[in-house]
Design a protein around this ligand. Structure first.
Ligand SMILES: [Zn+2]
Ligand SMILES: [Zn+2]
Ligand SMILES: [Zn+2]
Length: 307
């Protein structure tokens, strides 16, 4: 199979949305037949997941496009916007489930739903957990943050079917313990909100130009040490755009070198970094002469014997 990012995104998202439609129809139908309101609500939630899938299918067309005149830094932030959309939607779903659970406390169903509702919920849990595991592999294959976010959404969907299954079993075996359903729903709400936060927080960091990876600086300094032509590297900055990282820094070389020689050193170092550093897609290097005025890491000393 191809590793072309857009193809992987389309494949993973189409498989997920087809599963969502089948699960939604199954849960709503069985929920109506057995009289399980929780299962019907879970089925409606599966339909709402189609909105997320559609956002990825539409958004991925934009964020995989190469840089152009209107977006000279590339279209990576379109993926960030999609992640924010997925995160907010997931948070709303979590809040909705929590609200339902709290308002249902004290008004539990008197007629317990049949085992059919349990099997429908179990089918949903298994399908969604398998989808989570498969989608996370696809996301890692192309290092896509949106697919990663959607994979976690699948797992939170598996978790949200769990209280439905628990409630049916609890109702059948211990009819007095039917408030367990609401307690389980609140635990699920907390898990969904945590997943939403873990999707939203990196996206907010990215939009505010936070440093993408603090370990990157040490790696660059380490590679620079291995190149005898590079005297010093400083002012390293990195920031994320979608699933890729943009990098820039100052590189100090022998002041007597001509422009062509200095440029060759920087080009070689740039291609070395692009090869070694996974998510880095662009490097801007500002060349400076290794003179007292420019040195930062190894400043010139007042008395000359320390040079
Ligand atoms: Zn969902
Ligand atoms: Zn400098
Ligand atoms: Zn150049």
């Amino acid at each position: 199979m191809s590793d072309n990012p857009i193809k992987v995104i389309y494949r993973a998202t189409w498989v997920g949305s087809i599963a969502n439609v089948i699960l939604a129809v199954l849960k709503i139908t069985v929920g109506k037949i057995t009289g399980s309101q929780a299962l019907v609500a879970d089925g409606v939630h599966s339909f709402s997941d189609l909105i997320t899938d559609t956002a990825i299918l539409i958004g991925s067309r934009y964020w995989t496009a190469p840089a152009d005149k209107e977006h000279p830094y590339g279209h990576g932030r379109f993926e960030t916007l999609t992640n924010i959309f997925i995160g907010v939607l997931l948070a709303l779903v979590g809040i909705g489930l929590g609200w339902d659970a709290v308002s249902a406390l004290g008004h539990e169903e008197s007629t317990p739903p049949s085992m059919l509702a349990f099997w429908a919920a179990m089918a949903s849990i298994i399908v969604k957990e398998v989808l989570y595991r498969w989608t996370i592999v696809q996301a890692k294959l192309i290092k896509s943050r949106s697919l990663h976010a959607n994979a976690w959404h699948h797992r939170s969907d598996a978790l949200s079917s769990l209280p439905v299954a628990v409630a049916v079993i609890a109702n059948i075996f211990i009819p007095d313990l039917n408030y367990l359903d609401q307690v389980a729903a609140l635990i699920v709400t907390a898990m969904i909100l945590k997943a939403a936060f873990e999707i939203l927080w990196p996206a907010i960091n990215e939009l505010t130009d936070a440093e993408a990876d603090s370990e990157l600086n040490d790696k660059i300094l380490h590679y620079a040490e291995q190149d005898p032509d590079i005297r010093e590297v400083h002012a390293i900055r990195n920031r994320r755009t979608g699933s890729s990282i943009l990098l820039d820094f100052h590189m100090l070389v022998d002041p007597t070198l001509n422009v062509e020689a200095a440029h060759t050193i920087s080009e070689n170092f740039k291609s070395h970094l692009l090869k070694e550093l996974d998510e880095v897609v662009d490097v801007i290097i500002h060349i400076e002469p290794y003179t007292c005025a420019e040195r930062v890491v190894n400043p010139c000393c007042e008395n000359k014997d320390c040079q």
